[in-house]
Ligand binder design. Structure first.
Ligand code: SAH
Length: 284
């Protein structure tokens, strides 16, 4: 059996549900002869399966946006990315279509350009991060979303922690912060805006000390190293989810124990835009 190696531009994220399915298919295909499936053949199967991605359900393109959002959530559940009711509920409530430009295919499982060399993360990454953080996003808790971009996850956090909690988005591109505020105001989180949901223009590497400590910190851009300020602003018992690395990046899950010590593990390999200075980002 010859394996076809595909160029890196065809690579799809590890967490892509289509890839997950293809991997299962590949495993089944080869298991009868105890053959260990080579990554390149997994990649090929991924690509072939990709012909019918998450979004290609009957009547998909003709249904309304709320419908499409619901179907996107159902697909993520089917592929095991969304595991809990909490996460499916909040992703159903916050319509992803409100957080991208109207000509963007909002419900396709892929990151999308939002301008200023930034992207909205793919739905499966949003779902993964919500799953990882859900126990730290209980009603009344505090959440910080660093590199909040479109405001999608900030809105989800705000819904989860409710009016007694607080969700803070920090973004260093003022135009993106304004865009996110417009989006949030159109969404189900609108009534929480400037009550328990805030968006600030600042360098996210410094966090947002005013409302620290946080039960949950999410970082939406890859840091070369975990910023100290964010570790300091994490509450004992709290959790941070942060992509770390430059070219090769890992999604790290950092738990601060009650004695202040940290436990750090890698969830998966990822590809995010860098957590950097505003100038470096705009220069691309
Ligand atoms: N979770 C967001 C991700 C947006 S992309 C979403 O899905 O919409 C990452 C974001 O991080 C971009 O908006 C970028 O402008 C922002 N960013 C990068 N470096 C930053 C920094 N130092 N401070 C604040 N925001 C930063």
């Amino acid at each position: 059996m010859h394996c076809v190696a595909l160029g890196s531009r065809f690579r799809i994220p590890l967490w892509n549900p289509v890839r997950k399915k293809a991997f299962t298919v590949a495993k089944l295909f080869y298991s009868s002869s105890s053959y260990h499936c080579a990554p390149s053949s997994v990649k090929l199967l991924s690509l072939l399966s990709d012909v019918r991605p998450l979004t290609t359900m009957e009547n998909f393109w003709t249904s309304g946006s709320v419908d499409k959002n619901k179907r996107m959530v159902e697909s993520l559940q089917r592929y095991g990315i969304i595991k809990s009711k909490k996460v499916s509920e909040v992703m159903e409530k916050i319509d992803r279509g409100l957080f991208v430009q109207s000509d963007t295919p909002a419900y396709v499982d892929s990151p999308m350009q939002i301008g200023y060399n930034a992207t909205i993360s793919a739905p499966h990454m949003h779902a993964t991060c919500l799953e990882l953080l859900k126990e730290h996003l209980q009603p009344g808790m505090r959440a910080l979303d660093v590199g909040s971009g479109t405001g999608y996850l900030t809105a989800c956090f705000a819904i989860m922690v409710g009016s007694q909690g607080c969700a803070v988005g920090v973004e260093h591109i003022p135009e993106l912060a304004s865009f996110s505020i417009e989006n949030i105001k159109k969404s189900s989180a609108s009534s929480l805006f400037e009550g328990s949901l805030w968006v600030h223009v600042t360098d996210g590497r410094l966090g947002w000390a005013e409302l620290a400590p946080y039960d949950a910190i999410h970082v939406g851009a890859a840091a070369p190293e975990i910023p100290n300020a964010l570790i300091e602003q994490l509450k004992p018992g709290g959790r941070m989810v942060i992509p770390v690395g430059t070219i090769l990046q890992d999604l790290k899950v950092i738990d601060k124990k009650l004695d202040g010590s940290l436990s750090i593990r890698t969830e998966t390999s990822v590809r995010y835009v860098p957590l950097t200075s505003k100038d470096a980002q705009l220069r691309g």
